[in-house]
Design a protein around this ligand. Structure first.
Ligand code: ADP
Length: 259
């Protein structure tokens, strides 16, 4: 689904070029749940922007779904640390927004609205927000807003979901609740996921593969398979095999931070 081959990316910084990525190679299979971890500033967000076509590589190849990326990738859904819901729109109208913008939905938006609203209601139920469609974002807690944001990123049935620290601003309990929401919706809809996170437990709980990045300029220094059976229960986080992986990853990142 995703292939980056020997990619480098230099930003034009104010005092000269900033090499964000160098020699980055990563492959993510269709339907796979991949997590990317690494020290701050190592280029994780840059990697997301390359895959979604928001920036172009300086050298190397980026392909999604077998085709080189030449502009914004329409098949991707995205969610970020902030839910970024529009305060003047209800939850339902926020979630409908991508369908008002992206073809082929856009052209049929008026005639198919009832069908689209039914899809929103189905997704809201999946993430535990049944009955909240008529509320405004400011009436919801942070965790509920992030659930709504997840619905918005999934409404156009993307084959690829890109998540950049989506749960970082939430308290620990809400975060774990949302891990389970994401686990269940992924299990049901079977899209490909790339999750950028600082939270190593989150990466190991959710992902099939965890990619570890070096300090800037970032590249993938290890890809670790996580083979716990699915569906995973939060209890797995207390197994020794689980904490061993988290511990290893932590040591590895501490090493690369030292440089
Ligand atoms: P991460 O998400 O891992 O924290 P980023 O991909 O945001 O890292 O950034 C990687 C490096 O590139 C950082 O050193 C950052 O300061 C730099 N950077 C990111 N965006 C720009 C930009 N638009 N112009 C110049 N430098 C940038």
């Amino acid at each position: 689904m995703i292939s980056l081959k020997d990619v480098s990316l230099a930003y034009a910084g104010r005092t000269g070029p900033v090499l964000a990525l160098e020699g980055t190679t990563i492959n993510v299979g269709r339907g796979e749940f991949a997590a990317v971890v690494g020290p701050s500033g190592c280029g994780k967000s840059t990697l997301m922007k390359l895959v979604t076509g928001l920036v172009k590589p300086t050298t190397g190849l980026v392909a999604v779904d077998g085709a080189p990326v030449t502009g914004p990738v329409k098949m991707a859904g995205m969610a970020f640390q902030n839910a970024n819901l529009l305060p003047w729109r209800t939850v339902t109208d926020n979630i409908l927004l991508p369908l008002e913008i992206v073809e082929p939905y856009r052209g049929k938006f008026r005639s198919n609205r009832a069908e689209y609203v039914a899809k929103v209601e189905d997704l809201l139920a999946t993430v535990g927000l049944k009955g909240f469609g008529d509320r405004f974002p400011w009436e919801l807690s942070g965790g509920m807003q992030q659930r709504a944001s997840l619905c918005r990123s999934l409404i156009h049935e993307p084959a690829l979901l890109m998540l950049d620290e989506p749960f970082a601003a939430l308290d620990a309990f809400t975060r774990e609740e949302l891990w389970c929401v994401l686990r269940d919706v992924w299990q049901r809809l079977k899209f490909t996921v790339v999750l950028v996170t600082h939270d190593l437990r989150e990466a190991v709980f959710l992902a099939d593969t965890v990619h570890v990045m070096s300090a800037r300029p970032g590249r993938i220094i290890e890809t670790r398979d996580v083979s716990f059976s699915r569906p995973r229960d939060l209890e797995v986080c207390y197994d020794k095999a689980f904490t061993d992986i988290v511990h290893d990853l932590r040591n590895q990142i501490a090493q690369v931070r030292k440089g």
